[in-house]
Design a protein around this ligand. Structure first.
Ligand SMILES: [Zn+2]
Length: 418
């Protein structure tokens, strides 16, 4: 397979970034959730300064790194856009001690990841491997995740930045870069300062399937139902005892039985019980609600309130309480107001020789939250595979292609009038 001038740069970068453990943590209230995310932030900061990027600034409290590439166009020409990638890796598999290595010219067979421990990766279990026969893959030793999510994207963004700085003759408007912590634990780029960021539109680079983009995510909320019972001796309980655990079970039984993640796909929404715990005196049900469609989503939330009201009517208002907390909203209603965002992205993907494809993403992205905070922000795939696990890998060509897409995008935004 022909290598582009970006091959060595993205390869070296992903390997170097993957060796830095930046795993975030769910059970942490700290900001960022783990200090070690700063290890990569400092590395990237120094690298950006070294390559000559502008306005490089690390928020040493929140662990958000900013940089900019100034316009090469006459004043007032072209539109500013931004790129947002996340520095943390998922807490779902070990992250420390990652030993990335390169398999060249993959032959389509089983891959020995770790001879000592006898760990193989086979296309029988991971048929996506067959899409990359003949390509060079960056792999793990089968004991940690790779962290290509999202470091494959960081490698592509850094390589694009370096290339644009080295080629001031290439026309582009202002480009804003941000590197954020804690995406994997629901950080939603909360601490990204939009004034400092300096672009009015942006893209996240995250996700698998090279050439895919997302402009549609779930609407999401979290509901907690609390049931309060009355405990007395079971021998004399008749007409007196109220069992909170029974009320919780009754609530669960009233939910639509087929509207669950295990029975839904595409644009079908769901209720998902995250936890049920309790005893006679008190019980609690936590669940999440998801739907792409805003109106149906609102009806789902209303159903929960109606069920709570029904149980209140039966057992007493003081015995049942519900809180519904929004998590994120579908970005599409925002993105649709900026059609050039997807037009430019599709053109850039096509110019890189790929077919742009999109799916209604069954999840949320930092871009879902950013879009509703005033930074319209669709998502472009980062090109990693098997994320969040020990069998994660990144085809080097996917990162090269993303550099090409980003370079086309920078030129297209230079031609877009603000
Ligand atoms: Zn990610």
């Amino acid at each position: 397979m022909d290598r582009t001038p970006f091959y060595e740069r993205v390869k070296e970068r992903l390997i170097r970034y993957a060796r830095v453990d930046t795993q975030s943590a769910r059970a942490s209230d700290a900001v960022p959730t783990t200090k070690k995310q700063f290890d990569l932030a400092y590395m990237l900061r120094d690298e950006l300064i070294g390559m000559g990027a502008s306005n490089v600034w690390l928020d040493e409290e929140k662990c958000v790194l900013y940089a900019a590439l100034p316009s090469t166009l006459p004043p007032g020409r072209g539109m500013a856009f931004g790129l947002v990638t996340h520095m943390d890796t998922a807490p779902d598999a070990p992250g420390a001690g990652c030993k990335p290595w390169v398999l060249t010219d993959y032959d389509g067979g089983d891959i020995l990841l770790n001879a000592e421990k006898g760990i193989f990766m086979s296309p029988r279990e991971f048929p996506n491997l067959l899409d990359y026969v003949g390509q060079d893959l960056i792999l793990t030793d089968g004991t940690t995740l790779l962290g290509g999510d999202d470091k494959a994207a960081i490698a592509a963004v850094m390589t694009m930045a370096e290339y644009l700085i080295q080629h001031p003759e290439l026309p582009h408007g202002p480009i804003a870069l941000a590197f954020t912590p804690d995406e994997e634990v629901g950080g939603l780029a909360r601490d990204l300062d939009l004034d400092r960021f300096g672009a009015g539109v942006a893209y996240t680079l995250d996700g698998d399937y090279l050439g895919y983009y997302e402009d549609e995510t779930f609407n999401a909320s979290h509901a907690t139902l609390t049931f309060r019972g009355r405990s007395v001796h079971t021998g004399t309980a008749k007409g007196i005892l109220i069992n909170a655990a029974d009320m919780a079970a009754e609530f669960v039984s009233l939910l639509p039985p087929l509207e669950k993640p295990q029975f839904t796909e595409g644009r079908e929404g769901f209720f998902h019980i995250v936890s049920v715990h309790g005893a006679v005196e008190k019980a609690q049900v936590d669940l999440i609600v998801r739907d792409h469609d805003g109106a149906i989503f609102a009806r789902r939330e209303q159903l929960l309130r109606d069920l709570a009201a029904k149980l209140q009517a039966k057992y007493g208002a003081e015995r049942v309480s519900i809180t519904v907390t929004p998590t994120y909203r579908n970005m599409k209603e925002v993105i649709d107001r900026y059609p050039f965002l997807i037009d430019n992205l599709k053109k850039a993907i096509l110019l890189a020789g790929l077919t742009p494809q999109s799916i209604a993403f069954r999840g949320g992205t930092d871009g879902s939250a950013l879009s509703h905070r005033g930074l319209p922000c669709p998502n472009l795939s980062a090109g990693y595979e098997n994320a969040h696990g020990r069998f994660e890998y990144v085809p080097i060509r996917s990162m090269e292609k993303n550099v090409e897409i980003l370079l086309h995008l920078s030129r297209l935004f230079g031609e877009t009038e603000a």
